[in-house]
Design a binder for this molecule. Structure first.
Ligand SMILES: [Zn+2]
Length: 339
């Protein structure tokens, strides 16, 4: 019996593949979510927060420019991958001790090429091989502008005697740093291509469990991901930018943008409302799951991933699926390709 069975009343069986195909089959599962800051994370490159000047909304009346905070791809996917990898290690699926074994897998150091993380999220190891990711994320943009979504903190690194300057010089730690403030919302989509039930649950579990984003150490901050909808489609759907702009249009019309932080339930409702009209422009055939059926499905996934025994069984099954794919597609001897 499979570790997880998704009721047909929520999602039709045909939206999931029995095994991971070698060639793309045009079966996409899109998780539509809202990432909400809960403390002061920093998403930056070269010392300043990542920002982008874009149109505020899609509608003519919101056609002005707005500088938004941006959350780049890897700022989203890396912490989520690490969450999954932590679980794989905890259940002894990828070992971090024995560097010799074939199951040894270390993010960006040594990809084993056969665990669920390597197979679902992909890897590149120089000349010796690569596997395309089956999980796509793209840059996400804040609904509100940079001006009302950040705060600059001054910090002083004290000299030993407790003063901030010595011989008229400030310590190297003296300066100012922009932080994103709590309750800034980044709508976004996480896409799983050629999804199986296992890859879907694996990715969803990572999204639900990951609570800390940002560069290593001192730059991280708490975030919470709210899953607002699932879209099962035969192709790619709208971008994160378009979603943020559609949400902006809707909230502007309702007069919900007057005050920051924005009201969370207004944001979640605006994202949900934006999904179907945007999909209508995408030219794909799709099924959307929101509200009660979504809640039921998320609870079902959680009932497995929060139960030690069930989680172990699920991860084992995902591992077998990844291994089977690895042997069939990744490890396949190159010489046999032509014959
Ligand atoms: Zn691996």
């Amino acid at each position: 019996m499979p570790a997880i069975e998704i009721p047909e009343t929520i999602v039709k069986k045909e939206f999931f593949l029995e095994r991971i195909p070698k060639a793309p089959q045009g079966r996409y599962v899109h998780l539509v979510l809202v990432r909400e800051t809960e403390s002061f994370p920093i998403f930056q490159t070269d010392g300043s927060l990542n920002i982008a000047k874009v149109r505020a909304g899609l509608k003519e009346e919101n056609n002005r420019n707005l500088t938004r905070l941006a959350m780049f791809k890897r700022k989203q996917s890396s912490p989520e991958r690490l969450t999954g990898r932590e679980l794989l290690r905890r259940f002894g699926i990828t070992q971090n001790e024995d560097k010799e074994g074939e199951a040894y897998c270390d993010y960006n150091e040594q990809f084993c090429q056969q665990c669920p993380d390597c197979v679902y999220y992909g890897f590149a190891i120089g000349e010796s091989g690569s596997e395309k990711s089956k999980v796509y994320v793209d840059t996400a943009f804040s609904i509100t502008g940079y001006d009302e979504s950040h705060h600059q903190f001054s910090f002083n690194a004290l000299f030993e005697r407790g003063n901030i300057s010595q011989h008229g010089k400030f310590g190297s730690g003296f300066g100012e740093q922009d932080h994103i403030v709590p309750q800034v919302f980044f709508p976004g989509v996480v896409t799983i291509k050629d999804a199986t039930v296992n890859s879907f649950v694996y990715v969803m579990n990572n999204v639900i469990r990951t609570k800390r984003y940002g560069a290593q150490n001192t730059r991280t901050g708490k975030m919470e991901n709210h899953i607002v909808g699932l879209v099962f489609a035969d192709g790619e759907i709208f971008s994160n930018l378009k979603l943020t702009q559609a949400v902006y249009d809707y909230m502007a019309k309702q007069g919900q943008l007057e005050e920051t932080p924005l009201n969370r339930s207004n944001v979640l409702n605006a994202v949900k409302t934006a999904i179907s009209p945007l999909l209508a422009e995408d030219g794909v055939s799709f099924q959307v799951v929101t509200d009660a059926p979504l809640l039921e499905l998320v609870e079902m996934v959680k009932s497995v991933t929060t139960d030690e025994t069930k989680l172990a069984a699920f991860l084992q099954e995902a591992t077998e699926e990844a291994k089977e794919y690895s042997q069939r597609v990744i490890q396949k001897p190159k010489s046999s390709k032509k014959s």
